[in-house]
Design a protein around this ligand. Structure first.
Ligand code: NBP
Length: 477
């Protein structure tokens, strides 16, 4: 039997992706460094479709129809290079290596360049949706040579998630590292979404004085409105879960130190390199790292703060409505920042990424899937050169309607000492963009004072320097 596609790396993601291909009628070659995993897959799920298990790399490659489509689902980093090194010599021009791991896009660019010399098409493919998505339909973000998408695309469209309107959640994102870049920013936005939800929860708990169970109900209600999304839905599930061992709310027995695997951090690192302000995403990454500094937090516990004073219950419901406004407005800002980063990456690397298409493929399958993404797509469809999501009339109007509540929520948070770095960073970004004048003018003056770095004037062209140490006359630089 010849297989239409092969998957090497059969841990949770690879195994489920292989099953997804097989369930959709494709013959799937299977390979894993440790052959026991390959055998286990066939034993457990062999009846789901047609699998061709292979023990050696040679056997695996020989099982694939040409041009070969070889999906790599191993741990990102050195293992990916090891696998490429093992398989590339066995492949022929026109064959494809499809890396579905969470690779750094710079690694993908390097690998694509190296393999291109050999005529091998390297497709860096972002996959989102976790193990459940891999099995039942993920959101897929493939990059690499456009021609590889001609034969690979239809297969990915079959196995991908479908948006509510039936469109497959996959598109050719752009050349070389474009797919992994977009997956990276997806994860950065996911961090921000989760942080904002976390802050909303904490405010409802500490300021509104609600129990986790009551907050779960509020999230369920929100999930029927404009915040309708996978993350809001699972938040309600987690908050209403009761720990079997203690009978307490599950959220109260979990250690409050958040972990991370690195894609959020990359989003911020790359944003710094590109000079894109992603302050909301950065605060989300920092909030996770702060939570993990156990000793520092322990040592800081006695620092002064306001006395806890939850609102009278008669005011709690109105406050919850305000939190919804703050959450929604902050979410618009996070996505504005994330899409700005994608636009900047696309510009820097010449990827020509269609931002509307990116929002469209995030509507289903992935962790940030949400009704909201339809609106973003509509905004970019209406105006592909939209300089910022905040310049879209609908989003601008919604924020205008939310902003009083957003500010009130931050006032309450500040007064009661509830940390809300995500809400606050989002509002500061919004206000900075709105500002007629920024203190950056003063910064320029300081820089010119201590370093003769020069400044520009509002009333004339050119660069200027003031003789600060002398008679303070101005000269043209
Ligand atoms: P892991 O990231 O845990 O990787 C385990 C797999 O890598 C096994 O098949 C293992 O083979 C193989 N492997 C390693 Br480790 N080193 C190898 C080497 N030197 N040569 C060959 N194979 C090697 O698996 P996962 O959680 O299924 O994730 C797979 C990829 O998908 C990762 O890049 C991950 O970042 C990405 N991803 C994961 C999720 C998720 O929700 N988990 C979501 C989206 C993307 P062995 O069996 O012989 O040890």
């Amino acid at each position: 039997t010849t297989a239409q596609i092969g998957v090497t790396g059969l841990a949770v993601m690879g195994r489920n992706l292989a099953r997804n291909f097989a369930r959709n009628g494709y013959t799937v070659a299977l390979h894993n460094r440790t052959a026991a995993r390959t055998r286990a897959l066939v034993e457990e799920f062999g009846d789901e479709g047609t699998f061709v298990p292979a023990e050696s790399a040679e056997e695996f490659v020989a099982a694939l129809e040409r041009p070969r489509r070889l999906v790599v689902m191993v741990k990102a980093g050195d293992p990916t290079d090891a696998v490429i090194k093992e398989f590339a010599p066995l492949l022929e021009p026109g064959d494809m290596i499809i890396d579905g791991g969470n690779a750094h896009f710079a690694d993908t660019r390097r690998r694509e360049r190296e393999l291109r010399e050999q005529g091998i098409h390297f497709v860096g493919m972002g996959v989102s949706g976790g193990e459940e998505g891999a099995l039942n339909g993920p959101s897929i973000m493939p990059g690499g040579p456009k021609e590889s998408y001609d034969s690979l695309g239809p297969m990915l469209e079959r196995i991908s998630a479908k948006a509510a309107d039936g469109t497959p959640c996959v598109t050719h994102v752009g050349p070389d590292g474009a797919g992994h870049f977009v997956k990276m920013v997806h994860n950065g936005i996911e961090y921000a979404d989760m942080q904002l939800i976390g802050e909303a929860y904490q405010l409802l708990r500490d300021v509104a004085g609600y129990s986790p169970d009551r907050i779960a109900e509020i999230f369920r209600t929100w999930n029927t409105g404009r915040l309708d999304s996978y993350l809001i839905e699972i938040t309600a599930e987690v908050l209403s879960h009761v720990d079997a061992a203690t009978g307490r709310p599950f959220v109260d027995v979990v250690v409050d130190q958040a972990e991370q695997k690195g894609t959020g951090r990359w989003t911020v690192q790359i944003a710094l390199d590109l000079g894109v302000p992603v302050s909301g995403i950065a605060e989300a990454v920092f909030a996770r790292s702060l939570s993990g500094h156990a000793a520092l937090r322990e040592a800081s516990r006695s620092l002064a703060g306001p006395k806890p004073s939850p609102l009278p219950q008669s005011e709690a419901a109105a406050f919850a409505d305000r939190v919804e406004q703050a959450l929604y407005a902050s979410k618009i800002v996070s996505y504005t920042q994330g899409f700005h980063e994608i636009a900047a990456g696309s510009e820097e690397y010449g990827w020509d990424i269609d931002l509307g298409a990116v929002s469209a493929i995030w509507r289903g399958g992935c962790i940030i899937r949400a009704a909201f993404l339809d609106r973003i797509r509509a905004a970019y469809d209406a105006r592909p050169d939209l300089p910022s999501l905040l310049s879209d009339e609908t989003f601008a109007r919604e924020i205008a309607e939310a902003q009083d509540d957003w500010r009130e929520v931050l006032v309450a948070a500040t007064r009661q000492g509830v940390p809300t770095p995500g809400f606050a960073a989002a509002l500061a970004y919004y206000d900075a963009l709105r500002a007629e004048r920024l203190p950056a003018a003063l910064t320029q003056g300081q820089r010119d004072f201590f370093g003769a770095h020069t400044y520009r004037r509002t009333d004339r062209d050119g660069s200027f320097h003031t003789l600060w140490g002398g008679d303070r006359t101005e000269e043209t630089a």
